[in-house]
Design a protein around this ligand. Structure first.
Ligand code: 13P
Ligand code: SF4
Length: 351
């Protein structure tokens, strides 16, 4: 059955030729990843989407990634998400109504347009990127969040960072911002559950969002590994908690994780705190270089929403294209895309 499906994908790809390009995030499951033409982390995939001239960009990732591909490609190009249910649970933790409410509440005690830069992690819906475009804000990815914060603090004294509190906290910490000047904005409570004094003192207001995959990694996983393998090296994604990031030797995006282990000496042993599909793939790949790559958690931590893009959905989307039907197109409304692109372009110009 699996092989039949793989053959359907291969045949459809052949029939489409250069008209279609398959982009896959590093977390994509192996049976889909093997068909990808272009792979990368969120930032690299954004650049690749902007550069390709294929008619169809078939995105094997999650919803916000296909939205970015749509916005950064030319208007005639079509972005497709093989399964519309492939969302990002973290992205869903912030929505426009909540963010606008936060902005209005903040306006009761300070002038946000003068003192706060809204920064949205790329893991967010297009309308939140548009919010940032409209309010002199910017988008960031896990590869450039530090640079984006530096850019923001040159312009305004505070940042509202959404939706991932962990990426915001770690990036702020790297810039030397004290932990008590980074406070969590709990969008379920009036005024984010904060006092006016806390808000006035804060440098970064961190949205109460997180990644359900990366929150599974714990400092005790690292302690156990170091006890067993004193020479072992630990590398984590910045969506992990600050305790995990602090206990790691290296912290960075998925692309950074791959490149760092690729550049390491043979004979090294690595503990990796990021999604399981990626860790399993590199564990296999680096075996030939005599590097041991271990997954950080004893639990299975997979991006279950990204895994909804399975070979069946990919085959279905491609075969429809062969037959002249576009299915599951992701199209950001024009007025939203225009503003979101302002915030995306600000990011791309500094990264
Ligand atoms: P990258 O920026 O490393 O691609 O991370 C995106 C993501 O969703 C991680 O959970
Ligand atoms: Fe979203 Fe987490 Fe999946 Fe990344 S791993 S796409 S943040 S749910």
């Amino acid at each position: 059955q699996d092989e039949i499906c793989a053959q359907r994908i291969i045949s459809a790809k052949k029939a489409l030729g250069k008209r279609a390009v398959i982009l896959a995030h590093h977390y994509q499951r192996a049976d889909v990843y093997r068909h990808a033409d272009l792979t990368g982390d969120s930032l690299k995939l954004s650049h690749l989407a902007a550069q390709t001239d294929a008619d169809y960009l078939v995105f094997c990732g999650v919803h916000f990634m296909a939205e970015v591909a749509d916005m950064l490609s030319s208007p005639a190009q079509i972005a497709i998400l093989p399964d519309m249910a492939a969302g990002c649970s973290m992205a869903d933790m912030a929505n426009l109504a909540n963010v606008e409410r936060a902005w209005r509440e903040l306006a009761e005690i300070l002038n946000p347009e003068e003192v706060i830069t809204p920064v949205t992690y790329i893991n967010s819906a297009a309308d939140l990127k548009a919010f940032c475009g409209e309010h002199e804000g910017i988008v960031c990815t896990s590869s450039n969040a530090g640079k984006v914060l530096e850019w923001s603090f040159k312009r305004r004294e505070k940042v509202l960072f959404f939706p991932d509190q962990h990426l915001g906290r770690w990036s702020g910490h790297q810039l030397g911002i004290p932990l008590d000047e980074m406070v969590v904005w709990n969008f379920d409570e009036p005024m984010g559950g904060l006092t006016p004094e806390q808000i006035k003192k804060a440098k970064i207001l961190l949205w109460k969002g997180h990644c359900s995959v990366h929150q599974m990694f714990q400092p005790q996983h690292i302690i156990r590994f170091r006890n067993q393998h004193p020479d072992g090296i630990v590398i984590s994604h910045p969506e992990c908690s600050i305790e995990v990031c602090k206990a790691s030797d290296y912290v960075g995006s998925t692309e950074y994780i791959i490149k760092t282990i690729a550049a390491a000496k043979s004979g090294t042993r690595w503990l990796v705190g990021t999604e399981l599909n990626l860790v399993s793939r590199i564990a296999e790949e680096f075996k030939s270089q005599d590097k041991i790559v271990q997954f950080m958690s004893p639990m299975v931590c997979m991006c279950s929403t990204m895994a909804r893009i399975d070979p069946q959905h990919l085959a279905w989307a491609l075969e429809n294209l062969v037959n002249g039907n576009v299915v599951n197109q992701i199209k950001v409304p024009e007025h939203e895309a225009k503003l979101a692109k302002v915030a995306l372009d600000r990011m791309l110009s500094i990264s």
